[in-house]
Ligand binder design. Structure first.
Ligand SMILES: [Zn+2]
Length: 219
């Protein structure tokens, strides 16, 4: 049996990797979607010692200790991923340790050869701009990216609601997220590059063009 294709998405906050991951889901179908951001938000809603600490960390725009992320996505995949199903990992791996853990898991599943690691590449300056200028619809909660034609929007394009900036997009919180990327994620990018296992996509284009480049790279 041919093993299904799997994808990981790496990129700075604001790179639009989540949006691209969802487009890829629609395009291929039969993919199990795992977002580490969603897993942490879910966990923060529980009533446990860990959850309460996660809530605090998420508020400050930080990230919890390293192994927790791997534990969450591995648990999610181990309990849900079917044999004939591919998966998308959005937001992981971040660190080299995590990439190595994922490699061991992929070896176990015999999926290493059929897994593509996609880097949606934007500069730190572009990321800072996008994160500090993106807006939230007060009415429906839609997050409007600071990219392409969305920059021109005066009200929400889905419901006409008022647009505001997000409280957790303070310059300090953004800076700390971007610092984390330089310190911890850039070595992971190098880890994949050295093994020729990275597909680098120019993220500083419209959403449609980024997606076109992803499909081209996968051919
Ligand atoms: Zn809206």
């Amino acid at each position: 049996m041919n093993k299904p294709f799997n994808f990981t998405f790496i990129g700075r906050s604001g790179s639009g990797k989540g949006t691209q991951a969802k487009l890829l889901m629609k395009h291929f179908g039969n993919l199990f979607y795992v977002s580490t951001g969603d897993l942490f938000r879910d966990l923060s809603k529980a009533d446990t010692d860990t959850s309460i600490r996660i809530q605090k960390i998420l508020k400050q725009g930080g990230l919890p200790f390293d192994d927790l992320s791997s534990t969450l996505w591995m648990h999610e995949l181990a309990y849900n991923l079917k044999e004939n199903e591919g998966f998308i990992l959005d937001g992981a791996p971040r660190r080299v340790n995590e990439a190595q853990t994922l490699d061991r898991f992929l070896d176990f599943l015999e999926r290493k050869e059929t897994t593509f690691n996609l880097l949606v590449d934007i500069s730190r300056e572009e990321a800072f701009n996008r994160l500090s200028k993106r807006r939230l619809c007060k009415k429906c909660g839609r997050l409007i990216p600071w990219v392409g034609e969305f920059k021109e929007l005066k009200v929400c394009d889905k419901c006409g609601g008022e647009l505001i900036t997000r409280a957790d997009d303070s310059p300090e919180a953004i800076k700390s997220r971007l610092d984390y990327y330089e310190e911890r994620v850039v070595p992971t990018v190098k880890y994949y590059e050295e093994q020729s296992r990275l597909l680098k996509i120019n993220g500083e284009q419209s959403i449609e063009d980024v997606f076109k480049d992803i499909l081209k790279a996968l051919k």
